[in-house]
Design a protein. Sequence first.
Lengths: 117, 121
Amino acid sequence: AQKITQTQPGMFVQEKEAVTLDCTYDTSDPSYGLFWYKQPSSGEMIFLIYQGSYDQQNATEGRYSLNFQKARKSANLVISASQLGDSAMYFCAMREGIGTGGFKTIFGAGTRLFVKA
Amino acid sequence: DGGITQSPKYLFRKEGQNVTLSCEQNLNHDAMYWYRQDPGQGLRLIYYSQIVNDFQKGDIAEGYSVSREKKESFPLTVTSAQKNPTAFYLCASSIAPWTAGTSGVFSYEQYFGPGTRLTVT
């Protein structure tokens, strides 16, 4: 069963505007972590932000914030003040730990973001 | 600078040949991982290693083999048994979860290499 769903294959945003990338997840484990990664055209994966399942507040890292709605099992990434360099693939990921000792991270299919000048 | 190196960036092989992808890290991380990425898909775990001389299969280990003889190195061999080997391969490393503390077992970051794009014809 698919555990991470990113429903937006591609998104366009105007430079300097905010954009929300959607992510929903499925787990029966009460303890888990949620991540967002950026993959530029060069290929490497860049860690952006993390949210723990027990964290009371939404995570923020500079222009990135994670809109965590636990009851809805959603973990949307918000990028404020988009820049041309934000054009990339963005992956949502989840880590469950009980069965694999915290080693297994599951990735969504990704959303390609295009920032227009 | 600390980081992960993968070589080569592009690799071409004929069908039926085994090929080994290199992954080296100087971050002093205990854990290392190999992922496969296909167009339009996320990353899928091939193998991971928690410590030297130990490794476990991930979700798509068939047709692949690994070794972990040194802490810094985690090479991946794509064997002729892998039915569809053409893909983008990413290596990653991290601290071991048990060193992250109770609250940090899920929060540790994985550091990724630049990837190797393998084409088999």
